[in-house]
Design a protein around this ligand. Structure first.
Ligand code: NAD
Ligand code: IPM
Ligand code: MN
Length: 363
């Protein structure tokens, strides 16, 4: 195989520690499967904005389109702001709209060895939040209005936008094994159609799309009840699809049930581009202290490998992360940090990749 060419945005705060960890794991996994990998650095984020006045360097989108895929660390610095008060170092709008990655795929999985986050057992939480990634309330980014007395942002849903993300959710459900509770393949549409017209539009188009997938159950829940159910009865969920802001918030809620934000990777998927990152931010409070859980970024690397067609290497990374947690090599503390530290956790995952499965080799 020719080597995989992967763009890397190291990011701000804990980003560089995490992308370094993920790169070493990806490199090892691919090598063990007979493929090389080349990483190409892209300067982007809050620190880049501070230095250059832009969060993304000129030509970056075109270069990114040319890589096999992009691994992105978390970016952002709450102190780096536009005059309107919004953060200047973020890339969400630039990359998601720029690359038209309309489906933000956020798997929420409880791995063996994670304790204290929920009363559920490993295997009982295994669902995917598909967050619409290019419209909804976020379409108002940079377009809201504000004066001393009032402020407003406008939410937009388009037929094409809802159709394509609903298709992505149903197609994903077809590739999965169903909800942990009953094994039924199900897509839950999460909205506030009881209150807002735009969400009624979202639900109606979801129902139209559902007709093309008679083998997948179409389900509905209001967003407030879904927030509760994600915590109280997560096993009922298989795939969920929702508007942009709802998906932003509810995916962090889901992270709270599986050992923290540091357990949760994501893929931003479009028809021609994709990039992969943790769901969390740059965690400035723990940056540089070797306390960040690198699992989110390592698992984002696994999603990247899977998307690039290296399915076996991707599975081996996911298995290695699960193994070091299950056998107690690494424990995720109640604060969300790995007791071993960021670097040693990545080394343990690399070791688990290279080590033959215990008990299966000759004595
Ligand atoms: P955050 O996700 O960075 O942190 C929230 C909490 O989770 C903090 O207590 C943090 O220490 C902890 N945490 C996050 N990741 C962790 C990990 N891997 N291991 C252990 N603990 C972890 O959210 P925030 O503090 O609200 O935002 C910080 C910055 O990140 C802001 O600038 C924000 O805009 C930005 N942000 C960026 C992205 C992104 O790049 N995709 C996502 C979310 C937030
Ligand atoms: C996420 C983040 C981003 C979002 C921010 C940093 C722009 O919170 O990816 O979840 O709000 O989408
Ligand atoms: Mn978020």
């Amino acid at each position: 195989d020719r080597p995989l060419r992967v763009g890397v945005i190291a990011g701000d705060g804990i980003g560089p520690e995490l992308t370094r960890a993920a790169a070493s794991v990806m490199e090892t996994a691919l090598r063990l499967h007979g493929t090389g990998i080349e990483f190409v650095h892209e300067d982007a984020g809050a620190d880049t904005f501070r230095r250059t006045g832009r969060a993304l360097t000129p030509g970056a989108l075109d270069r990114i389109r040319g890589y096999d895929a992009l691994l992105k660390g978390p970016v952002g610095d709450p102190a780096v702001r536009h005059p309107d008060g919004t953060e200047a170092g973020l890339l969400g709008g630039l990359l998601r709209e720029g690359l038209d990655t309309y489906a933000n795929v956020r798997p929420i999985r409880l791995l063996p060895g994670i304790r204290g986050a929920t009363r559920h057992e490993a295997g009982e939480i295994d669902h995917v939040i598909v967050r619409e990634n290019t419209e909804g309330l976020y379409m108002s980014r940079g377009r809201g209005v504000r004066n001393a007395r009032a402020a407003s942002d406008q939410l937009m849903m388009t037929r094409e936008g809802v159709e394509r993300v609903a298709h992505a959710a149903f197609a994903l459900a077809r590739r999965r094994g169903g909800a942990p509770a009953d094994g039924v393949s199900r897509v839950t549409c999460v909205d506030k159609s009881n209150v807002l017209r735009s969400f009624g539009f979202f639900r109606d188009i979801f129902d139209e799309v559902a007709e093309a997938y008679p083998d997948v159950e179409a389900d509905h829940m209001y967003a407030d009840a879904a927030g509760y159910a994600l915590v109280a009865e997560p096993s009922r969920f298989d795939v969920l699809v929702m508007e942009n802001l709802l998906g932003d918030v509810l995916s962090d809620v889901g992270a709270g049930t599986v050992g923290g934000l540091g357990m949760c990777p994501s893929g931003n998927i479009g028809d021609t581009s994709a990039y992969f990152e943790p769901i969390h931010g740059s965690a400035p409070g723990i940056a540089g202290s070797d306390r960040a859980n690198p699992s989110s970024q390592i698992l984002a690397g696994a999603l990247l490998l899977d998307h690039a067609g290296h399915t076996d290497a991707a599975r081996s990374v996911e298995d290695a992360v699960a193994r070091v947690l299950a056998d107690g090599t690494v424990t995720i503390t109640s604060s969300g940090s790995p007791d071993l530290g960021t670097r040693a956790t990545a080394e343990a995952v690399v070791g688990a990749l290279a080590a033959p499965e215990e008990g299966t080799g000759p004595a």
